[in-house]
Design a protein around this ligand. Structure first.
Ligand SMILES: [Mg+2]
Length: 235
């Protein structure tokens, strides 16, 4: 066996049989695009106060992400997630410019990392977004070939922070959910991973702050997914 048994932060490498990635803030820099758009809307405020609004735009978008997830969680609970997904697909910001490959900004070093990781583990994508948007993102960016398992907000009964999407991946692979490694930028990802009994890695390339990811119980915090191969002893 040429793999190490202990990874960075005390990850148990022998337990990992699959890696599941969040999309926004983990594989792609979605959040920066949203922040840019919100900041454009704040132009009048900038003019009135003569102050930079970039930090304010960032905090507005950061607060917006959780309510969306909470909305889906409630929709799951009240069994109205199907019509909600339809609504989100219609109003989907991914939809408008989906034909342009440069619309999606990937995390620097992502492709190199995925090549290494895919050579050693089956990889999955787990998103709370709809099927169409998630598949389109993978297709347009050419990431499709790295992810044989794609879990959208419509795949499992409930979405993150519930563990159902991780259970779905484990079922497809005939492994235990505890054998999955969950990678994500928010506490929602860590919470879902913990609920599944999986090991979790928080990345600081999105919205999550080191302190809150740690408090939620992330086994390891990395600057971004590009640092993952080294943390798993693959480089
Ligand atoms: Mg995310």
């Amino acid at each position: 066996m040429n793999k190490k048994t202990n990874g960075a932060g005390g990850l148990d490498l022998t337990r990992i049989k699959a890696i599941c990635f969040d999309v926004d803030g983990t594989l792609r820099k979605t959040d920066e695009q949203y922040i840019g758009r919100v900041n454009i809307l704040l132009a009048p405020l900038r003019w009135i106060t003569r102050r930079d609004t970039a930090a304010l735009a960032r905090s507005i978008v950061a607060r917006f992400e959780d309510p969306v997830n909470i909305l889906f969680m409630l929709a799951d609970r009240f069994r109205i997630d199907a019509p909600l997904h339809k609504l989100v697909e219609i109003a989907n910001p991914w939809k408008k410019r989906k034909a342009k490959p440069d619309y999606y900004q990937l995390i620097p070093g992502l492709l190199e990392a995925l090549k290494l990781l895919a050579a050693h583990y089956p990889l999955a994508v787990i998103s709370v977004r709809g099927r169409e948007g998630t598949q389109n993102f993978l297709k347009v960016t050419g990431l499709e070939k790295y992810f044989p398992y794609v879990v959208s907000g419509q795949t499992a009964k409930r979405t993150k922070p519930f563990p159902d999407q991780i259970f779905w991946v484990a079922e497809q692979l005939h492994i235990s959910p505890a054998e999955c490694l969950i990678i994500g930028d928010t506490t929602i990802d860590i919470k879902a991973g913990k609920a599944a009994g999986a090991q979790t890695v928080g990345v600081l390339s999105g919205f999550g702050r080191q302190g809150e990811l740690q408090a939620r119980g992330a086994d390891l915090i990395l600057p971004s997914v590009s640092d993952l191969p080294a943390a798993l002893g693959l480089t």
